[in-house]
Design a binder for this molecule. Structure first.
Ligand SMILES: NC(=O)C1=CN([C@@H]2O[C@H](COP(=O)(O)OP(=O)(O)OC[C@H]3O[C@@H](n4cnc5c(N)ncnc54)[C@H](O)[C@@H]3O)[C@@H](O)[C@H]2O)C=CC1
Ligand SMILES: Nc1nc(O)c(N)c(N[C@@H]2O[C@H](COP(=O)(O)O)[C@@H](O)[C@H]2O)n1
Length: 239
C-alpha cells in the first residue's frame, strides 16, 4: 500500500516546519535583503538543535543568493550525536531554484559534509542544471517554477521525513499557500526594521479571502524576544 497523508488519498510528504526570525514589525531582513542579525545566541542555538534533529533543511534561491548560508550543524556535539546514530553530520541541504541559478562556489557546497539537492523546474537551462549536477543531486519538477508538492513527495521517497524550511519570504508563501506546512516557529526579536519592500515572514501574492489558520502551540520569552510556535490547521489552504 502506498504511504499517504493523514488518511487522505494524497501521497505522503515529510513533516514540514518553517523556522525564522523576524523583527517586532514582522520583517525578516532589510530593504537591501541582506542577512540581518535578529536572533541572539540562544535563538541561534535553538535553530542549531532544530537543524540537528531534521533530515533536511530547505531554502529558496533568494535566500541562497542574498545570505549564502552554509546550512550546517554548528555544534560539534550535535554533529557527533548524529554520527553516533548512523546519520551524516549535516542534514541534506536543499535549494529551491527554478532556473538553476545556485552558484557552484556557494557555501553549501564548500562547507560541511553531506548530501545537497537543488530542485529546479523544466525551465532551467540544461547546461546550468548539468553543471550543478556535479555538485548536487538535481530534482526537476514543475514547468516554470518548482512544483513544491511534487518535490516534497520526491523528498519523502528519498527518505526525508522531517524537513526544516529556513525561508525566505517567497518560498514560505509557496509552501503555506499550497497547504504544505505543518508547523511554524518564529523568534520575534527586539528590533524594528521597517521599509515597505523589506521581506516579511510570508510574502508572495498573499491571501484575499481564505486565510491560512493557525493554532497556538506555545509562546515563551527568550533573551529580549519571544518564540511563538504555531500549528497550521489541517486543510488550511490560503487563497
Ligand atoms: N530572518 C530569517 O529567519 C530569514 C531571513 N531570510 C531573508 O529572506 C530574504 C529572501 O527571501 P526571498 O527573496 O523571498 O527569497 P526565497 O529564499 O523565498 O526564494 C524564493 C525563490 O524561490 C524560487 N522558487 C521556485 N519555485 C518556487 C515556488 N513554487 N514557490 C516559491 N518560490 C519558488 C523562486 O525563484 C523564488 O523567487 C533574504 O533577504 C533573506 O535574508 C531568509 C531566511 C531566514
Ligand atoms: N534564525 C535566524 N535568525 C536570524 O537572526 C537570522 N539572520 C537568520 N538568518 C538565516 O540563518 C541562516 C544562516 O545559516 P548559516 O549560519 O550560514 O548556516 C540563513 O538561512 C539565514 O537566512 N536566521
Amino acid at each position: 500500500m502506498p504511504d499517504t497523508q493523514n488518511n487522505t488519498n494524497k501521497p505522503a510528504r515529510p513533516f514540514v516546519f518553517i523556522n525564522a526570525a523576524m523583527s517586532a514589525d514582522g520583517k525578516i531582513a532589510t530593504i537591501e535583503r541582506k542577512q540581518t542579525r535578529i536572533s541572539g545566541s540562544l535563538d541561534f542555538d535553538r535553530m542549531d538543535e532544530l537543524r540537528a534533529t531534521s533530515d533536511a533543511i530547505m531554502v529558496g534561491i533568494g535566500t541562497m543568493l542574498s545570505d549564502n548560508p552554509s546550512l550546517t550543524v554548528k555544534s560539534k556535539e550535535r554533529r557527533e550525536k548524529r554520527l553516533a546514530s548512523g546519520l551524516p553530520p549535516n542534514p541534506v541541504r536543499i535549494v529551491v531554484d527554478s532556473l538553476a541559478r545556485t552558484p557552484v562556489d556557494a557555501d553549501i557546497f564548500k562547507k560541511g559534509e553531506g548530501r545537497r539537492i537543488v530542485a529546479v523546474s523544466e525551465s532551467a537551462p540544461q547546461e546550468k542544471a548539468a553543471h550543478l549536477a556535479k555538485y548536487a543531486e538535481i530534482i526537476t519538477t514543475g514547468e516554470e517554477s518548482v512544483d513544491l508538492e511534487e518535490l516534497l513527495i520526491e523528498l519523502k521517497n528519498r527518505g526525508i521525513n522531517r524537513l526544516m524550511v529556513e525561508g525566505g519570504a517567497t518560498l514560505n508563501w509557496g509552501l503555506i499557500s499550497e497547504g504544505l506546512v505543518d508547523e511554524i516557529y518564529t523568534f520575534i526579536g527586539n528590533i524594528i526594521i521597517g521599509g515597505r519592500s523589506a521581506p516579511t515572514l510570508v510574502d508572495g501574492n498573499g491571501c484575499i479571502s481564505e486565510f491560512c489558520r493557525l493554532r497556538l502551540i506555545s509562546c515563551e520569552k527568550l533573551e529580549d524576544g519571544i518564540i511563538i510556535k504555531w500549528r497550521v490547521s489541517p486543510s488550511s489552504q490560503a487563497i
